[in-house]
Design a protein around this ligand. Sequence first.
Ligand SMILES: N[C@@H](CCC(=O)N[C@@H](CS)C(=O)NCC(=O)O)C(=O)O
Length: 219
Amino acid sequence: MKLELISFKLCPFAQRAVILLNLQNIDFKTTYINPMDPPNWFKKISPTGEVPLLKVDDKIVFESSVIGEFINDIGALDLYPKDAISKANNRSWVQFSSLLFNDLSVAVTGNEDEFNTSKASLFAKLDKIEIAKSDNKFFNGNNFTIIDAAIAPFFMRLAWINKFTNNTISIIEFKHLNAWSDAILAVKIVKTSVIKNLDDVYYSNIEAREGYLSTLLID
Ligand SMILES: N[C@@H](CCC(=O)N[C@@H](CS)C(=O)NCC(=O)O)C(=O)O
């Protein structure tokens, strides 16, 4: 089976797939595109116009959560709990975690009012996750699983924002989330799931968006 991940360097949803493919030790080729200015071949094969898209031989799989399920199906490791309700509960939180990226995106691009609204919306969601998260290192215990991979790109970007802006969106008050973020960001496969210097690219992206957040950047 030949796998090709159609990706965008800054895309957190594509990063989820990279983490899971590497965790499962599955060989794949990466093709980067700019989804804001996609090539014609991509328009032809992508139903949504979004990355990530996983080409599997001549078939395509899209939507990062579904790509994650597929990787789990073909991988040697089952990264879901065995019992049906815990598995469904994990899938629910994977879906929920996707909503965090919308708030983060508005926080990066929006004016001051939009920044404050998106931060409040983000914190309301983080409140819910804080309650659902146990004292365990990762979501399901000591092992890194799919839900950890799903939220890892969010924690990575949030940590960059906090480093670049003197903790504008600090999550220190969320005891479980703060520890979970530290545990996830220390995982080697997470660290190596993005291109080198993506933090610099992310900084430049915040600057280029000229939103309220760009006025809070420290050098
Ligand atoms: N629900 C999708 C979201 C993917 C997504 O938002 N991708 C962005 C890049 S990070 C994209 O391709 N945007 C281009 C567009 O919306 O046209 C998933 O989980 O895969």
